[in-house]
Design a protein around this ligand. Structure first.
Ligand code: FAD
Length: 307
C-alpha cells in the first residue's frame, strides 16, 4: 500500500473537518486531516448554541473532539497549512507546509474535503482587540443572550448596519447604530430604525474604552462619549483559504462555495463543509455539514470500490 496516499484529505480541523474525520475514520477510510491552527472563534470565551456544550471554551471543544479521534488509527492529524491543491487523473495532490519539515510535503488522496472556514473582517477601531470575543461580537445568536437588555452599540453602515441593528433589537431595546462616518442609509432604512427607536450616531469613532475586556464607552472625534456594555458589528467575512477557488469550485453571489446536497461542489471529488459553504455559520451546523460530506464521500468511495 502506498503510505503517502490516503482515501481522503481533509483540509481544516475545525468543527466541520473534525466531524467529517470521525465519520470517515469510523468507516475505515484512511484519512489525513491537516490544520493551520487558526480557528475562526479563537477570540471567543464561550461557545454557545451547541446542545450539550453550551458555554464551553472553544479551545476545550476542539481538544475534546481531537481526543475522541485518537482511538481511530485510520485518522492522521497533522499541524500545518495546505498551501496548494491540484487535481490528478485519479484524485488529488496537496502541498503541506509544516513547521518541523524544512521542505514542503506532497500527499495524495482519492477525495478532498475543504473545511477551511472563513476569516472575519474586523472594524479598524483603536482598542477593539481587547474587547473582541468578550464584549464585542458579530453574531447576536452566539452572544446576544449574555448582552440582553444592556445598552449596546451596533457598528455598521447602510443595509448591513440597519439589518444587524433591527435584528439585535430583539435582544436589547437600548441600541445606538454607530456608522463611524457617512451612514449610507436610505430614507426607508432611517424610518425602520426610528420605528424601533434605534438612534443613529454618525460621528467618527476615536477609540473603544473599558477594562478587563468589558467595553464601557465609545469615544468619538467630537461630541460626548457613548456609554455602552457591548458592541456588535457587521463588516463581513471572506474565505479562509483560496483552495476552492484554485480548484475551480463555483461560488454563490454571497461568496460561499456553492454546494448542493451533501456538500458536493461543482468539481468532482471536491467537497466543502462548514462556514466556507453556508450562510448559517454555527459550530453545530458546521459539524453536521462535515458529517454529511463524509457520508457522501464514503458512499462515492464504496461505489468506486464495488465497481
Ligand atoms: C468571535 C466568534 C464567536 C463565535 N461564537 C459562536 C458561538 O457561540 N456558537 C456558534 O455556533 N458559532 C460561533 N461562532 C462561529 C463559529 O466559530 C463557526 O461557525 C465555526 O468555527 C465554523 O467551523 P468550520 O469548521 O467551518 O471553520 P473553523 O472553525 O474556522 O475551522 C477552519 C480551520 O481550517 C484551518 N485552515 C484554513 N485554511 C487552511 C489551510 N490552507 N490549510 C490547513 N488548515 C487551514 C483554520 O486554521 C481552522 O483551524 C463564532 C465566531 C466568532 C468569530
Amino acid at each position: 500500500m502506498d503510505k503517502s496516499r490516503f482515501d481522503v484529505i481533509i483540509v481544516g480541523a475545525g468543527p466541520a473537518g473534525l466531524s467529517a474525520a470521525l465519520v470517515l475514520g469510523r468507516s475505515r477510510r484512511r484519512v489525513l486531516i491537516c490544520d493551520a491552527g487558526q480557528p475562526r472563534n479563537a477570540a471567543s470565551h464561550g461557545l454557545h448554541l451547541f446542545l450539550t456544550r453550551d458555554g464551553i471554551e472553544p479551545a476545550q471543544f476542539l481538544k475534546i473532539a481531537r481526543e475522541q479521534l485518537r482511538p481511530y488509527d485510520t485518522v492522521t492529524l497533522r499541524h500545518g497549512r495546505v498551501a496548494d491543491a491540484r487535481r490528478l487523473a485519479d484524485g488529488f495532490e496537496v502541498v503541506l507546509e509544516t513547521k518541523d519539515s524544512a521542505k514542503e510535503e506532497r500527499v495524495t488522496a482519492r477525495k478532498l474535503l475543504l473545511a477551511t472556514g472563513v476569516v472575519d473582517t474586523l472594524p479598524e477601531l483603536e482598542g477593539l482587540p481587547a474587547f473582541y470575543g468578550r464584549s464585542v461580537f458579530h453574531c447576536p445568536y452566539c452572544d446576544g443572550w449574555e448582552m440582553r437588555d444592556q445598552p449596546l452599540a451596533v457598528y455598521g453602515r447602510g443595509e448591513n448596519g440597519t439589518g444587524l441593528a433591527l435584528e439585535l433589537s430583539f435582544w436589547s431595546r437600548d441600541l445606538v447604530l454607530c456608522t463611524d462616518g457617512p451612514p449610507e442609509l436610505s430614507q426607508e432604512e432611517r424610518e425602520r430604525l426610528a420605528q424601533r427607536r434605534i438612534e443613529v450616531r454618525e460621528d467618527k469613532i476615536r477609540r473603544l474604552e473599558g477594562t478587563d475586556g468589558n467595553l464601557e464607552r465609545i469615544e468619538f472625534e467630537k461630541g460626548d462619549p457613548l456609554p455602552v456594555r457591548g458592541m456588535f458589528f457587521s463588516t463581513g467575512n471572506s474565505q479562509g483559504s483560496d483552495l476552492a477557488e484554485k480548484l475551480g469550485c463555483r461560488f454563490t453571489s454571497e461568496g460561499c462555495v456553492d454546494t448542493g446536497e451533501y456538500e458536493i461542489t461543482s468539481v468532482p471529488g471536491v467537497y466543502v463543509a462548514g462556514d466556507a459553504s453556508r450562510l448559517a455559520q454555527f459550530v453545530i451546523v458546521a459539524a453536521a455539514e462535515g458529517a454529511q460530506a463524509a457520508l457522501a464521500i464514503n458512499k462515492e468511495l464504496m461505489k468506486e470500490d464495488l465497481d
